[in-house]
Structures are given as structure tokens and as C-alpha cells.
Design a protein around this ligand. Structure first.
Ligand code: ADP
Length: 639
């Protein structure tokens, strides 16, 4: 698969995986990646800079060691040439077998050796035979080889101490011919000791000097002395062991690379047990044919790199968590802004809604006010209209009520005139009494009519005698009740006073009685019962009007108190009587209700009692004195 198509296939998968992780999972994943990156980067950077620092330090030290060694070796470079012209030695060379000359030369060399601080100075023949020496030390085995090779200096191991000595050679000529050689011997052990000391102080830095055979001749680590710097195969090892330069035991192979970088250094691990990785650097000291190698311990650099790596991981984690925090903060801010915007919008909508609703309410209020005003006006007018309707209905009966007494009055008046003429004063007086009663009755009817026709709101509610109101109402309808041969049964205490306004209470009663009379028109039995029943321990009274009329269907019953509901023929009923009556009763603080009887209807309303009169308790309700007909059947009384 080619790379672009692989990426195109990988992308949806990666996206799906990220989607599966979710936002917190993604951030944790990111934090993990940042931690790993931080770890790796910090480790790398720290290790690199540590290596660079160590390498720079090591280079400086190498320079120091090299100059140290060069200075140490160069300190006496001119000594052999100076001694070569010494007359004592010249004399000895001219008479090599002269014992006195040998002793004199040896003494002189011993003095110089002490003054110069060298290890040994001797004069030898060109073949290597010692003629005079500052110390009675045997010459190195390598001397003959060095003389044969014409060397001016060489190193050789001291078989006694195991330390490396440096030898400076200077030929002495006489008459142009080589006559002898002056050899100055230095012991490098003190210098080596300072390196051991330095190495210890510089925390694990090792220094070693290898000769042209790549054998370590000086080292801050004793175990590495005479080790092979790189690798020695058996034949080379044998040759080295046979060489006069070194002691018999040649050390282990250090396996260092043949070419070591001077500046950057190179990481090496010596093939020794427990060896740690080290940074190796070398410096050539060409005139002496030596190589100076410094090995610096990398453990500290590595440890610092570890610390830095954990620091980097912690930084990565912090960065990840910071990103997580910033992202969640941004999300929270965005949500807050959105919520604020939504709130502002809702607030604006609400304000708009409230404005429009307030406006609507104001309009509705205005409309309601207007309607109420109209309704009040209409109600007042309707009340008046209903009264007029009742008055209209009554007018026929009234004319009869008035005309009949008038005819009787006329007859009685004429009769009285005649009786006066005949001097029968007693009879005239009796006639006049009858006439007075009749006039009284007529005036009562007219006054009722007058008060009934007045507008309701002109009246003031007070205490009225219930029985009087009932009687007045019956009186207004007397012409109809008489025509119908109505039997009335009134069961109301004589002095019972109720909180009401007489005219309007009478209006209610006239309505109820009128409806009862209407309902009983076609009935064979016509009985009207009006009674007062004490409620709330005599605080209130229930006025009940029952008839034996045609009654009302169960379906029509709920509609009785609806305006303009009537079953009567046009012109006879308006359908307002019960509505107005219920309203008046309501204004008195009571409720008007209708109930069906097995035969007929029962209308009842409650009123506040002002007093029960002289009869007192409702139990002592007056009976019989107002009765004008037989009592209702037991069946009715049970309702
Ligand atoms: P109207 O008498 O002008 O019809 P009402 O409001 O007084 O108006 O009465 C409404 C209707 O209730 C009457 O048409 C009648 O059908 C019925 N109603 C009222 N009282 C009685 C009653 N006592 N018996 C039977 N029906 C009645």
C-alpha cells in the first residue's frame, strides 16, 4: 500500500479512536504523549550537554596532563648536553680504565643527580657498558637496543619497582668519534601519583599514557599499568612480553578503539567486570611518541540526564494538564457565554412577552370594565324590565282588584244614603266600616305596587318581617290564586325578622309564587307551601316554597337559572325571573336553589336572621294562623 492511501485509511480510524476516547480521554492521551516527549527530549538534551561539558572539561585536563608530562620530561632536557662537556667525564672517557677517574666522575654525577632531582645519571660506553654512575643501579635492559637505534630518549619499566622510567641519552664525542653516552634517568612514579590524586578528586576520571606499542606505561589506575590499549593477539602479546621495555606481566586488553576522537570524545566500556560506560579522549604527544588518554565516568551525566528526563516528563505532564485546564476553562467560558446569551435572549423574550401580556391585560381590563359597566346598566334595566313585566301581568288582576271594591263601594255608598234618609244610622255605620276596610285594602295594594315599581338600588337593606313580605307577595297575586282556588300553607313564625330589603324580597317571593301558580294551572290539585326552617342554630333561616305543579324535567333543571330560559309561551315568560331572584338572594348573602319533588318543585333560599320575635325559638314557629289551606301531603313534607 502506498503512503497517501495508507494515511487516508488511517485518518478515519484515528479520528474514530479519538472520538471514542472523548474529550477528557483525548486530553489524558495528549498529556501522556507530552510526558513521553518531555522525558525523551530532556534526557537527550541533558545527556548531550552533559557529555559536551564533560568532554570540554576532559579536553582541558588532557592539555593539563600533557603539559604537565612535557614539562616534567623537558625540565632536564639540557642536562645531558651540559654534562657531555664536563671535563671529569671527558677525562674518564679518555682513560676509561682509570679507577680514580671513574670514582671522580661517579661522585660528580651523584652531586648533579641530587641537585637536579633526577633518579640516576650515568656515563656509558657506546656499547652500553656503565663507566660511572651517580647511583649503583643496573642500567636498563633496553639501553643496548636504544643505543643501537641511536635514540635520544626511551621509556623502560623498572623491574624492581614496576614503575616506568624515562631515559634521556646524549652521545659524547671525542675527535669526531662517539666515545660514550650520558644517560639521565627519571622516575615518573611521583607524577603518576599526582594523577592518581587528581583522578580521585575529579570524581572518576582516569588518565593513562600509552607508548608507541600501545602499551600503557603510566596510569592513574595501577591495574591498567602495562595493559594493552586496544587488543593484543597471542603473537603480539608474546612479543610484548619478550620485549625488554616492559615487565614480564603484560596487563589485560583495554579494547579501546584504535582511533579516539580528541574533541567530542567517544563512549567506551572497558571489558572489565563492573565497568561503567566512559567518555574516552586522547591527545598525542608526538615528540615523545606517546598517547595520553583520559577516561571520564559518564554515570553522573547519565544520572543527571535521568533526573532531567523525569523533570521533562513532569513538565510535559504540567503542559498537558495546563492544556487540559485551558481547554476546560475555554469550554466553560464558552458555555457561560452561551448560557448568558440564552439568558439574555430569554430575558428579552420574557420582557417582550410581559409587555405584550400587560398590554393585552390592560386591553382586556378595559374591555371588562366596559362590559361590567354595560352589564350593570343592562342588569339594572333588566331588573326594572322584569318588574314592569310582573306589573304588566298584575295589571289585569289589579284592575279587577280595584274595580270590584269600587263597585262595592259605590253600592255601599248608595245604600248608605238611602239608609241615612230612612234614619238607620247603625246600618250606615256598619256600611262605612266595611267601606273603610275596603279602602284600606285598596291603598295597601297600590302602595305595594308603588314600592315594587321603585328601582332596587334606591332601597337600603335592613331587618324585615318575613311573614309580612310573604303576605304582601301573596296579596299581589291574590287575583290569580283566587281564580285558581289555590290552597296555601304558610308555616312562618310571626315575628321572624330577616336581614333583607322588603321590596326586593317581595320581588323574589312574587317570582317564585307566580311561577308556582303558572306550574299548577293545569293540575287538579293546587297547593302552595311556604315555610321557614331554622339553620345554624337559628342564625340563619331557610325559606322554602313548594308547589304541587307540573315540575321540571331533570334535563332542564340545570338550565333554570340561565337568563332567558323559559318554557312559557312568547309574551308570557321572559326567562329572567329566577336569574334576578337568585341575584337578589345572593346580594342578601344567601343562595337560591331548585329541587324536584315527586310532584312539583321546591325552591329554597337562606337568609340571615335578625330575630325570631316574641315566639323565640324556631321550634315555636307559628302555625295555623296564616294557614289558608290544607297542609301538603306527607310525601311533600319529607322532601
Ligand atoms: P319565566 O317565568 O319568565 O319563564 P323564570 O326564570 O321565572 O322565567 O322561570 C324560568 C322557567 O322555570 C319557567 O319558564 C318554567 O319552565 C320553570 N319554572 C320556574 N318555576 C317553576 C315551578 N314552580 N314549577 C315548574 N316550572 C317552573
Amino acid at each position: 500500500m502506498d503512503v497517501p492511501s495508507f494515511l487516508t485509511r488511517l485518518r478515519p480510524r484515528a479520528l474514530r479512536a479519538l472520538r471514542l476516547l472523548g474529550r477528557p480521554g483525548f486530553h489524558l492521551f495528549l498529556t501522556g504523549i507530552l510526558m513521553v516527549l518531555g522525558f525523551v527530549l530532556a534526557h537527550r538534551l541533558s545527556e548531550r550537554s552533559g557529555r559536551e561539558q564533560l568532554s570540554a572539561l576532559s579536553t582541558e585536563r588532557l592539555e593539563l596532563y600533557a603539559s604537565n608530562l612535557a614539562a616534567e620530561l623537558g625540565r632536564h632536557a639540557s642536562l645531558p648536553s651540559l654534562l657531555a662537556i664536563d671535563p671529569t667525564l671527558q677525562a674518564l672517557l679518555q682513560a676509561p680504565d682509570d679507577e680514580a677517574a671513574r670514582r671522580a666522575a661517579s661522585r660528580m654525577l651523584a652531586r648533579v643527580n641530587v641537585r637536579a632531582g633526577t633518579h640516576q645519571i650515568f656515563l656509558a660506553t657506546p656499547q652500553g657498558e656503565v663507566l660511572a654512575a651517580s647511583e649503583a643501579l643496573s642500567p636498563p635492559a633496553r639501553l643496548a637496543e636504544a643505543l643501537a637505534q641511536g635514540r635520544v630518549h626511551f621509556f623502560a619499566a623498572d623491574p624492581g619497582t614496576g614503575s616506568t622510567d624515562f631515559y634521556l641519552l646524549h652521545p659524547v664525542r671525542q675527535a669526531g668519534q662517539p666515545a660514550g653516552v650520558i644517560v639521565v634517568r627519571f622516575n615518573l612514579a611521583p607524577l603518576e601519583a599526582t594523577w592518581v590524586d587528581l583522578g580521585l578528586r575529579s570524581q572518576g576520571e582516569r588518565i593513562l599514557v600509552a607508548d608507541d606499542q600501545d602499551v600503557v606505561i603510566m596510569s592513574s589506575v595501577q591495574a591498567w599499568k602495562y595493559a594493552v590499549l586496544d587488543h593484543a593477539d597471542p603473537s603480539r602479546r608474546r612479543a610484548l612480553q619478550a620485549s625488554a621495555r616492559y615487565p614480564q606481566a603484560i596487563g589485560p586488553d583495554l579494547e579501546l578503539p584504535a582511533s579516539l576522537e580528541v574533541q567530542q570524545g567517544q563512549q567506551v566500556r572497558l571489558p572489565l567486570p563492573g565497568a561503567k560506560p566512559m567518555l574516552a579522549q586522547q591527545r598525542q604527544i608526538v615528540p615523545l611518541g606517546l598517547r595520553l588518554v583520559a577516561l571520564s565516568d559518564l554515570s553522573e551525566v547519565r544520572q543527571r540526564a535521568q533526573y532531567a528526563a523525569w523533570g521533562g516528563a513532569a513538565f510535559g505532564a504540567s503542559a498537558g494538564l495546563l492544556v487540559l485546564y485551558l481547554a476546560s476553562r475555554r469550554r466553560a467560558l464558552r458555555q457561560l457565554t452561551q448560557a448568558q446569551a440564552a439568558l439574555r435572549q430569554t430575558h428579552a423574550q420574557l420582557e417582550q412577552l410581559v409587555d405584550s401580556r400587560t398590554k393585552e391585560l390592560r386591553q382586556t381590563n378595559e374591555a371588562l370594565k366596559t362590559q361590567i359597566a354595560q352589564r350593570l346598566k343592562t342588569e339594572g334595566e333588566l331588573l326594572q324590565a322584569s318588574k314592569l313585566a310582573v306589573l304588566g301581568q298584575m295589571s289585569a288582576g289589579l284592575s279587577h282588584e280595584v274595580n270590584q271594591p269600587l263597585t262595592a263601594l259605590r253600592a255601599l255608598a248608595r245604600n248608605s244614603i238611602r239608609l241615612l234618609d230612612s234614619g238607620r244610622h247603625d246600618a250606615v255605620s256598619a256600611n262605612l266600616q266595611i267601606m273603610d276596610d275596603m279602602v284600606e285594602r285598596m291603598s295597601r295594594i297600590t302602595s305595594q305596587l308603588k314600592s315594587f315599581a321603585r328601582k332596587a338600588d334606591e332601597q337600603v337593606a335592613g331587618a324585615v318581617v318575613l311573614l309580612d313580605c310573604v303576605r304582601n307577595a301573596l296579596l299581589l297575586l291574590e287575583h290569580r290564586s283566587r281564580a285558581l282556588d289555590l290552597q296555601t300553607d304558610i308555616d312562618i313564625p310571626q315575628g321572624l325578622r330577616v336581614r333583607a330589603e322588603a321590596n326586593r324580597l317581595e320581588q323574589v317571593l312574587v317570582n317564585l309564587f307566580g311561577n308556582a301558580i303558572d306550574a299548577m294551572q293545569q293540575q287538579p290539585e293546587r297547593r302552595l307551601r311556604v315555610r321557614a326552617i331554622a339553620l345554624d342554630g337559628g342564625q340563619r333561616v331557610l325559606v322554602q316554597v313548594q308547589d304541587s305543579g307540573a315540575g321540571v324535567d331533570a334535563e332542564r333543571l340545570p338550565h333554570l337559572f340561565e337568563p332567558f330560559f323559559t318554557t312559557k309561551p312568547a309574551g308570557e315568560g321572559l326567562g329572567l325571573g329566577l336569574v334576578i331572584s337568585a341575584k337578589i338572594v345572593h346580594e342578601f348573602g344567601g343562595t337560591l336553589r331548585a329541587d324536584r319533588l315527586p310532584r312539583g318543585m321546591s325552591f329554597a333560599f337562606d337568609l340571615a336572621v335578625d330575630g325570631w320575635g316574641v315566639d323565640g325559638a324556631p321550634a315555636a314557629a307559628a302555625q295555623g294562623n296564616t294557614r289558608s289551606g290544607p297542609a301538603l301531603s306527607q310525601e311533600d313534607a319529607n322532601v
